[in-house]
Design a protein around this ligand. Sequence first.
Ligand SMILES: Cc1cc2nc3c(=O)[nH]c(=O)nc-3n(C[C@H](O)[C@H](O)[C@H](O)COP(=O)(O)O)c2cc1C
Length: 393
Amino acid sequence: MKNLMDKYPRVLDLLPKAKKRLPHFASEYLFSGTGYDLAIKNNTEILKNIFLTPKYVQGVVEPKLKVNLFGDIYDAPFGVAPVGLTGLIWPRAEKYLAKMSVKNNIPFALSTVACASIEDTAKHLDGRGWFQLYPPDDKSIRNDLLKRAKSSNYKVLVVTADIPASSRRERLRLAGVSVPPKNNLRTFYHAAIRPSWSFQTLTNGLPKFGTMDQYMDGNWHGTKKVKAGFAGSQMKRFLDWDYLKEVKDIWKGPVVLKGVMHSDDAVKASRIIDCIYLSNHGGRQLDLAPSPIQILPEVRKSLKKDFPIIIDSGFYSGQDMCKAIMLGANFVMTGRPFFIGIAALGEIGAQHVHDIIKDEIQNVMEQVCCKDIKSLPKEKLSINNNYYLKDLN
Ligand SMILES: Cc1cc2nc3c(=O)[nH]c(=O)nc-3n(C[C@H](O)[C@H](O)[C@H](O)COP(=O)(O)O)c2cc1C
């Protein structure tokens, strides 16, 4: 029998199987962008136009992939981006991803609106988790979330900035996706023709917001009821620098600002927090947004040389990730690829996606004779691309 790597040597080789096992509404939830899907398509298209020029004759090359972020050493320069309503995609996904991240010493960021709670997921994280905060308007809820994450030993806080409006999610409307999911004939039909998903969902229970649910029942310290449509209601739509400073003071640990897309914001944020996370939310928020990789060189130039930059949106392979690191990112996160793996293969799918990406990075580095991931940007490579990387000299 073929081993997994021979059967699925690239993340996208898992896609047909994932699509076959996901109900239509779950698949649309995972794979849709917003508007006309321009940003999501551009995210992957733009990466195809970046090439690396190898230098050879470097003697023995045993590439080092380890990266130091906030004083912690990770075994590879990539991690799992925060994804909400995870259980709609695949039940227990947070548990699978948390375990995989600890086993392989890479970060996993738990979303505020994931289905498993801060506390339940922490049981699998060995004190190494990252927590993503959709900043609540109600500061008492915010402070409680931070307290819960801290006392559950999460290390790094990721504050998401890019939801000044909830996106229109046209494809989700068409697919009839709602939060919570509707119990109607259409949903039942789509679930019924995907038996693995339905079986897992029946044994795990319907998706819920594990962390946020307690604030939604109207009983939490007498606060008013939080609507399930979180992005448009309770979450802080208009984040400001003072709020961010307060979060940094309360957290007393590394804070990352996610969703930064402009070098002005990057420079301002770098005076308050510890790391910039370039992202267009995987093309799910502003359909007009460029790919973060298009603004990466400019942002890199505008920040101090050693100020860390994380990037995501459209990175489906180790090759893609090498390109981001080459252009000045310190670390790459990825969202959909891990869920493609889980949807296709269950728990081992998370591990397999990790193995594919790590293997690809290692191979690129060997191919270009690069001994250490840290030297990828400056020493070994150049770029063949002439239409958008004007800032790269
Ligand atoms: C289904 C789905 C749900 C997401 N939920 C969140 C979330 O709760 N919080 C957040 O900060 N980002 C969220 N994101 C954005 C991801 O963190 C990440 O920025 C994006 O997936 C990167 O693009 P990629 O999927 O092409 O790797 C979500 C993305 C997807 C696909």
